[in-house]
Design a protein around this ligand. Structure first.
Ligand SMILES: [Zn+2]
Length: 290
């Protein structure tokens, strides 16, 4: 669990040395080399096409994937996946533009397609689960005596989060902090039977987490952890998320925030091995591969 199996640029160059190697990998992830006619598929030189030796049927290996309809060479795509997979704090479109020598628009599009291919799953979290919410983004200053605090808070997004200690995290943008909203988030994401739920002392949990075995820590009384009653794991995720987005991406619009959050959640949930994370990324982008 603690030993991180690395995946370096050398590994990438060994596994995916050329555009042809990338195309072959994609083809094999999604199709069989054996055609139903008895022939065998092989790549057509200089084209992103595979053809059957007997019936001449052609298959574009990238059809239906995020690599399709892109002029960016597959080896650069795979290099981008490598960068994305290894970048714990994310990689910005600006940085990718520099590294690939493509336009900002192309770099942004590639990263957006990758993030969109990594939606959070819906399996229940279980075991010891910490719940917390955070405010994110928005502009402006609350001003003197917090006069503009309401307006500033309105511009922010609210993200609800749940994390298994030592396990997976889930984080979703929610419309508000009402008990009903948070209750729904918990019901949708946390197993009510097999979970010990850890929260802060906020009153909003009183009614919504009723069926759960709940323990709470009182932040307002400067009580941050009592024994194993704490929500530090969730708070650590929030601070990593905020530092990364601020440091790497600078500003993220509300419209795309969830997909950025999805990217960081995916990274967290695949944090134990660099090489497995890279395989998992390829698997997520080529869903037929098992
Ligand atoms: Zn055939």
């Amino acid at each position: 669990m603690n030993k991180v199996k690395k995946y370096s640029i050398r590994d990438l160059k060994r596994d995916f040395p050329t555009d042809e190697a990338c195309a072959a990998f994609i083809f094999d992830a999604l199709h069989s080399r054996k055609c139903s006619c008895g022939g065998t598929y092989s790549p057509l030189k200089g084209r992103r096409q595979f053809q059957c030796s007997k019936c001449r049927y052609q298959i574009a290996p990238t059809a239906g994937t995020i690599f399709h309809k892109s002029d960016t060479p597959l080896s650069l795509w795979f290099y981008t996946l490598f960068l994305f997979s290894n970048a714990k704090s994310g990689i910005s479109a600006k940085e990718l533009e520099r590294q690939l020598g493509v336009t900002y628009k192309t770099a942004w599009r590639i990263l957006n397609l990758i993030r969109k291919a990594l939606p959070q799953n819906t399996e229940f979290l279980t075991g010891d689960v910490e719940i917390d919410e955070t405010h994110f983004g928005g502009k402006g200053d609350a001003g003197k005596d917090n006069k503009k605090l309401k307006a500033v808070m309105r511009n922010k997004s609210i993200i609800a989060g749940a994390v298994e200690r030592g396990g997976r995290v889930r984080a979703k943008i929610v419309p508000n902090l009402e008990a009903k909203t948070i209750g729904k988030f918990i019901d949708n994401n946390v197993n009510p039977i097999t979970t010990r739920l850890f929260t802060d002392k906020s009153r909003r949990y009183e009614s919504v987490a009723r069926g759960y075995d709940r323990f709470s820590v009182n932040h307002s009384q400067k009580e941050f952890a009592v024994g194993d009653i704490y929500i530090n794991t969730m708070e650590a995720f929030w601070s990593h998320l905020k530092r990364s987005i601020k440091g790497t991406h600078k500003v993220v619009s509300k419209k795309y925030l969830q997909s950025y959050v999805d990217g960081f959640v995916w990274h967290y949930n695949n944090r134990h091995s660099d090489s497995e994370r890279f395989s998992a990324l390829l698997g997520a982008l080529l869903p037929a591969s098992k």
